[in-house]
Write a protein of this length. Structure first.
Length: 322
């Protein structure tokens, strides 16, 4: 097969499927409750929809598209694996949400958090997966009292904990921790990314750039990520309409507010040829992990994103322009 005939394996983070309208329920709370009561119903439709969208890989995420709900649906790791295999699916990565949900560094039980990461990493390894993606804590709204300063002291303290978690999962299961860029988190702007790449050990802590979130910071993803190509082990391919305000309230509505800016690949303002060329140079062209946070018709959105890449970006991934 020649380079021009090559094509990546397409996957998606399962948050793409989290819009209540897709499940014909009233809201997020009802979706979570129904999936808890009927996990097999949730996971069977989720996996079938992934196949319909042309996917062959998945990134597990927070409930209900998480590993524990999958085990509740299919009874065991082996049962889950069989459900994936019969559909031609595999687990590419898993999102570890627990770090980003911590109230403060001082209030966090880091040994307990490390143990949770170890349990998750063991499961991921059993699924043939070697990457655990993690978001970092959210900032506070700029006028908060007291303010949260993401400075060298903060990064050094948090970076030390991240090193410990990453070393533990790598040693125990061979699973690498990759930091994910999240809008309005402490790991969002180009300066934030540079800071935490400096504050963590590259032998243990990897990097998962999310194109949509980086674009929301007013930056071009390829330009930011190129400074840390040696750390990238996985990436989220997502578009965005443009820059998000820095001063929107950082509260329980924030992630829903973010959805107003997200777009599927090719429908926003990301420079996709530059991004695809960067992924080619870094050797990450063969796994494309798509994401659009919680859309009413995820199959159509993922199919459109995949089609855009196949029609417009393969020369940058596999051809002479890369």
């Amino acid at each position: 097969m020649s380079d021009q005939q090559s094509a990546p394996r397409f996957g998606a983070d399962l948050i793409t499927f989290y819009d209540p309208a897709f499940w014909q329920v009233a809201d997020d709370r009802q979706l979570a409750a129904t999936a808890t009561e009927r996990p097999e119903w949730f996971w069977t439709r989720l996996l079938d929809s992934a196949v319909e969208a042309g996917l062959s890989a998945l990134e597990l995420t927070f409930p209900p598209g998480d590993w524990r709900t999958a085990l509740a649906a299919f009874g065991s790791t082996e049962g889950f694996r069989k459900e994936l295999e019969v559909r031609g699916l595999s687990v590419l990565s898993g999102f570890f949400v627990d770090i980003s949900s911590q109230p403060s560094l001082a209030a966090t039980d880091w040994p307990a958090l490390t143990q949770q990461a170890l349990e998750y990493a063991e499961f991921l390894a059993s699924m043939g997966c070697s990457t655990m993606v993690a978001g970092l804590p959210m900032r506070t709204t700029r006028d908060a009292v007291p303010p949260l300063f993401v400075d060298l002291d903060y990064a050094t303290a948090l970076g030390g904990h991240l090193n410990e978690i990453a070393a533990a999962t790598l040693r125990a299961s061979g699973v690498r921790l990759a930091l994910h860029t999240e809008a309005h988190s402490v790991f969002w702007t180009p300066r934030d990314i540079d800071l935490f790449m400096l504050a963590t050990d590259p032998l243990y802590v990897s990097f998962c750039p999310d194109t949509g979130h980086i674009r929301m910071a007013g930056s071009e993803p390829a330009s930011v990520a190129e400074r840390h190509t040696d750390r990238i082990t996985i990436a989220h391919w997502k578009d965005a309409s443009g820059t998000a305000p820095f001063d929107i309230p950082i509260d329980e509505h924030l992630h829903h507010d973010h959805q107003n800016y997200f777009r599927r690949v090719g429908a926003g303002s990301v420079d996709w040829p530059a991004w695809a060329a960067l992924m080619s140079r870094t050797g990450l062209r063969d796994d494309v992990l798509l994401e659009v946070d919680a859309v009413p018709d995820p199959v159509a959105e993922l199919t459109a994103a995949r089609t855009h890449i196949q029609d417009s970006l393969l020369p940058f991934l596999y051809g002479s322009t890369s």
